[in-house]
Write a protein that binds this ligand. Structure first.
Ligand code: KIV
Length: 265
């Protein structure tokens, strides 16, 4: 039976950790599903790990539609989230709907949109029209030039309070899940406790409702610099299947991420 947004939300409410990995093709989709991953994120990180760009900014809607369709052909039970690439959702809710519809038609069950307050109207517009939306707060890679680099976000009382409020308003606007990237662990814990929808952490400590990693990072395939929160499961397990199974086990048991993969405020 297909894992749905409702089943993921129920898992979060019952304290069962959600496992998520990025995925961009059919073979990996089948392998990750077999290894017990709950949800696949067709992230625009594909711009860096597949296409070799320095950032996610050059990724197009066409790229995303192509890779979502590949993943959808390989995953029969897993919940699939497709990233909205840079420039396809910021101008107007109407344009965002048209582009999100293409990603959904390719096989996604939810789209992910980076950003806080400026995205509220768009999140409401999409969810009211049948497209589930995952929010993304903290380090939002599409804004890397505005943020001045890949840095931890939400440090200090003012920034932390702002992110907490944004998470609450994203939920009120209709977001069904929120990714928290590179956020101090205590702030991620407070956000998770303050909203009902699941939080998915990446560099956000162990207390989120679930965890996500970029597949090519945890398998040590990507040659670029690794963030502190990345754990090299390939070195530990020795095979791709073993690495993914170990990740699933550790996320469920809350032994990943450890303090060495987390940030303080
Ligand atoms: O594009 C991506 O892979 C992502 C994750 C890092 C959360 O947005």
């Amino acid at each position: 039976m297909r894992i749905t947004l409702s089943s993921l939300q129920k898992m979060a409410q019952e304290g069962d950790r959600i496992t998520m990995l990025t995925c961009y093709d059919a073979s990996f989709a089948a392998l990750l599903e077999e290894a017990g991953v709950d949800s696949l994120l067709v992230g625009d990180s594909l711009g860096m790990v597949l296409q070799g760009h320095e950032s996610t900014l050059p990724v197009t809607l066409r790229d995303m539609v192509y890779h979502v369709a590949c993943v959808a052909r390989g995953a029969k039970r897993t919940f699939i989230i497709g990233d909205m690439p840079f420039g396809t959702f910021q101008l107007s809710p109407q344009e965002a709907f048209r582009n999100a519809a293409d990603i959904m038609a390719a096989g996604a069950h939810m789209v992910k949109i980076e950003g806080g307050k400026p995205m509220l109207e768009t999140i409401g517009f999409l969810t009211e029209r049948g497209i589930p939306v995952c929010g993304h707060l903290g380090l939002t890679p599409q804004s890397v030039h505005q943020l001045g680099g890949y840095r931890v976000q939400g440090k200090g009382d003012t920034a932390a309070q702002r992110m907490l409020e944004e998470a609450k308003t994203l939920e009120q606007a209709g977001a069904g899940m929120i990714v928290l990237e590179a956020v101090p662990s205590l702030l991620a814990r407070e956000i998770t406790a303050s909203i009902k929808v699941p939080t998915i952490g990446i560099g956000a400590g162990v207390d989120c409702s679930g965890q996500v990693l970029v597949l090519h990072d945890m398998l040590d395939i990507y040659p670029g610099k690794k963030a502190k929160f990345v754990k090299n499961y390939m070195r530990l397990a020795g095979s791709i299947q073993g690495a993914v199974e170990m990740y699933v086990k550790e996320v469920k048991a809350r032994t990943y991420p450890g303090p060495e993969h987390s940030f303080s405020g």
